[in-house]
Design a protein around this ligand. Structure first.
Ligand SMILES: Cc1cc2nc3c(=O)[nH]c(=O)nc-3n(C[C@H](O)[C@H](O)[C@H](O)COP(=O)(O)OP(=O)(O)OC[C@H]3O[C@@H](n4cnc5c(N)ncnc54)[C@H](O)[C@@H]3O)c2cc1C
Length: 416
């Protein structure tokens, strides 16, 4: 069978790894210039791999498969040097969070680190490239996929006719996915959710005990507003970074294996799930992000102290916590001018409550960066066409490296 794989990220890697030893002729189309390009794949920052039934996506992935895929990734590092941990293995911490209304999320995790991810991607690519049936086409952005009864044609070119197309463009491929949805609206199963929030940064010593115990602490909390709030992507001794979506900028965080800062950062996200007639969570989230960018100036995010965030006062000076995000990427301001009140109240309730479990978390000079937004891709129906499948984050079924890899792996099983 002649198969087009569109996008070369975690999901495509899971798929290709599963089918590489078959007779299928596989063509991988990737918009980035080459394997070294900084825009290739979502697996460029941080590289934290999780084994968990409670996070990472909305499909059921067997724990044994998750473990196998974690080993796959770790084995692709040059030295197999990683950090590892287990959140909420310790029942004392579990109870302390639980008593204050938090729902602790259990997971095992393995941190590869931003600095090692390049070699991982390169090693995988070198292996795939050595298979004669796998052909890479870099610098090929796919803008159109036409599904016919007997083939799938991409970019309207007759030479690009395939028996099957596997779309694995991640969240950065939203343009192609949107295009396909307008053409085939029957693909959409669900689209109502977006996570809006902030990146929070504080000195390591406040969360030292927690970082040592579990590195990544994940908790959910039903705030007084009724919204669910959760922590996401904790980075001990990490760095805050901006993430460019093309027409707006958000904030994110990561940690490196070798270079360390003196601060920990994590996201605090409020899940907004709206009902009919609402059907544009990406539009809603992007507008809020743009509003923050308008206030901060082009390409910048807002930085505010926690005290000012609570009081809705513009921050003009910082006190004891030095931001790890470079000065050129933020402006000190007031996040309250960009975010809806219910989201702000949910976040404040979360932080103040967290302070009861981890004293110092609500210190007035801790840092709030905004906007941090997690978009959920539309949930797409893989049963609609027999010759077209979506895998990984663009399918709406996954949100993490391991779940995306596993999704690719499971779809790959159908071709073996
Ligand atoms: C800053 C950041 C940090 C993250 N850290 C972690 C982490 O530590 N742990 C974790 O589990 N998850 C993390 N994630 C999420 C994780 O990266 C994704 O869940 C995962 O990469 C999804 O895999 P995917 O294959 O679906 O998409 P991706 O890995 O994003 O790959 C998609 C590929 O498709 C290409 N592409 C897009 N559009 C087109 C097109 N039209 N034509 C051709 N090619 C196209 C892209 O260039 C890209 O190479 C992070 C995400 C970000 C943004």
């Amino acid at each position: 069978m002649k198969i087009a794989v569109i996008g070369f990220g975690a999901a495509a890697i899971g798929f290709i790894e599963r089918v590489k030893n078959t007779d299928h002729e596989i063509h991988v189309f990737e918009k980035s210039k080459d394997i070294y390009s900084s825009s290739i794949s979502g697996i460029r920052a941080d590289g934290k791999l999780f084994i968990s039934k409670d996070m990472g996506g909305d499909i059921d992935i067997d724990i044994e498969l998750q473990r196998k895929l974690v080993d796959f990734w770790i084995n692709k590092t040059n030295t197999q040097t990683i950090e590892r941990g287990h959140s909420f293995n310790n029942s004392d911490w579990y109870k302390r969070f639980y008593e204050h209304g938090f729902q602790p999320v259990s997971s095992e995790f393995f941190h590869i680190g931003t600095d090692q991810l390049k070699e991982v991607l390169y090693n995988i690519f070198e292996d795939f490239k050595s298979h004669k049936n796998i052909h890479f086409h870099f610098d090929h952005q796919i803008i159109d996929v036409q599904v016919n009864d007997n083939d799938v044609v991409i970019n309207n070119e007759k030479d690009y006719s395939f028996d099957r197309a596997v779309v694995s463009v991640g969240r950065s491929g939203h343009k192609l996915v949107n295009n396909m949805i307008s053409k085939y609206p029957q693909l959409v199963l669900d689209n109502t959710r977006v996570d809006l929030g902030i990146r929070y940064e504080l000195p390591d010593h406040i969360v030292d005990e927690l970082n040592k115990e579990m590195y990544e602490f994940k908790v959910k909390y039903k705030s007084k507003t009724g919204y669910m709030v959760r922590t996401f992507c904790n980075n001990p001794s990490g760095y805050v970074v901006t993430e460019n979506y093309g027409d707006f900028v958000t904030v994110n965080g990561h940690a490196k294996m070798r270079e360390k800062s003196r601060n920990t950062n994590f996201a605090i996200l409020t899940t907004v799930k709206l009902t009919e007639p609402f059907n544009d969570p990406i539009g809603y989230g992007s507008h809020i992000a743009k509003m923050a960018n308008i206030l901060a100036g082009e390409g910048k995010v807002i930085l505010q102290t926690y005290d000012h965030f609570k009081k809705s006062k513009r921050t003009k000076n910082l006190y004891r916590v030095d931001p790890t995000l470079p000065d050129k990427n933020f402006i000190m301001g007031d996040v309250n001018l960009a975010f809806p009140r219910r989201i702000i109240e949910s976040i404040i309730d979360f932080i103040d409550n967290l302070d009861k479990v981890v004293p110092g978390v609500a210190s007035p000079d801790n840092l709030v960066y905004a906007p941090e937004i997690k978009f959920y891709s539309n949930k797409l129906d893989n049963q609609k066409f027999q010759n077209l499948q979506f895998i990984g984050d663009c399918s709406g079924a996954t949100r993490s490296i391991i779940y995306a890899t596993a999704h690719g792996h499971l779809i790959g099983e159908q071709y073996v």
